[in-house]
Ligand binder design. Structure first.
Ligand code: PXL
Length: 275
């Protein structure tokens, strides 16, 4: 059975990070091993959230895993909250990364702004972690902070291609930008492979609302699809389609959740889409 180890927080309510990564990866028929970085009462878009740091636990867990000779098909990092956690993620990659695909989703920003608690200095360090990855999947806001370039909402294909090249210049083999839109009503992902100097993209009709946590669903789906043998191009398209379906089923529910999508109800679609 394939296995993914994922390092990110547990937001007890919020449908993001581990509470989406575990069920999505499991639903795809892959074992999800976890390195929980912190426990929060909710994700940080709520006010008054509690926070308990688990950084001290992670290295002992990894040491035990080494003794047990555990091997993983992919290592996937999501929301990380400190310099020390970035250092530990790099250690995870060096200790367990020999035959594993290393995927970094540099969760830290959206809509032109860093999430609560992050700084431009942290973004610089996150870019170093990105340099150790096979695949990185920032949104456009995260890319602007990683590269320390202005965040723009109007851009063309040449701009996206240039940003992707700059992202891969940091060391990542493949960069995929999410939330790319060249025309109103269409949204998708645009990727670049450094080794072959080739690009790929996939677009869908845009749903009428955006939700928190969809980036984590997108990245978890990408990891699962890659571990299940899909190419980056296919995995990126599957992830885009699944996120669209998650939003679609959410909007069909009257008085639906506003803090996250009904991804659970879209899992049958994901399994069919993967066939
Ligand atoms: O979805 C990314 C994410 C993960 N974990 C926590 C968050 C966020 C985004 O805000 O706050 C704790």
């Amino acid at each position: 059975m394939k296995k993914i180890a994922t390092m990110q927080d547990i937001s007890c309510v919020g449908k993001c990070s581990l509470t989406v990564a575990m069920p999505v990866i499991s639903a795809m028929g892959i074992e999800a091993a976890v390195l929980p970085t912190a426990v929060l009462s909710t994700h940080t878009m709520f006010s008054g959230f509690t926070f308990h740091d688990l950084t001290d636990e992670i290295e002992p867990i990894m040491e035990h895993w080494k003794k047990e000779n555990f091997r993983f098909d992919a290592l996937y990092t999501g929301y990380l909250g400190s310099q020390r956690q970035l250092d530990i993620a790099r250690k995870l990659f060096s200790d367990f990364g020999t035959d594993a695909v290393k995927i970094v989703d540099p969760c830290m920003a959206d809509n032109g702004k860093l999430y609560t608690g992050f700084t431009p200095a942290f973004a610089k360090e996150m870019f170093r972690l990105c340099g150790c990855a096979d695949i990185i999947c920032p949104n456009l806001t995260e890319a602007s902070f990683l590269l320390d370039i202005p965040y723009v909402t109007e851009y063309d294909e040449a701009y996206i291609r240039d940003v992707l090249k700059q992202l891969c210049a940091g060391g990542a083999k493949t960069a995929i930008l999410t939330g790319v839109s060249f025309e109103k009503g269409k949204i998708g992902a645009y990727g670049y492979h450094r080794d072959t100097d080739t690009y790929f993209s996939y677009f869908n009709e845009e749903e009428t609302e955006h939700f928190h946590g969809t980036g984590d669903i997108w990245a978890s789906t990408l990891c699962g699809a890659i571990v299940n043998g899909h190419t980056c191009e296919e995995a990126s398209a599957i992830a885009c389609d699944f996120v669209k379906e998650c939003i679609h089923v959410t909007l069909q529910e009257e008085n639906h959740n506003t803090y996250g999508v009904n991804f659970e109800q879209a899992i049958p679609y994901l399994l069919e889409r993967m066939q």
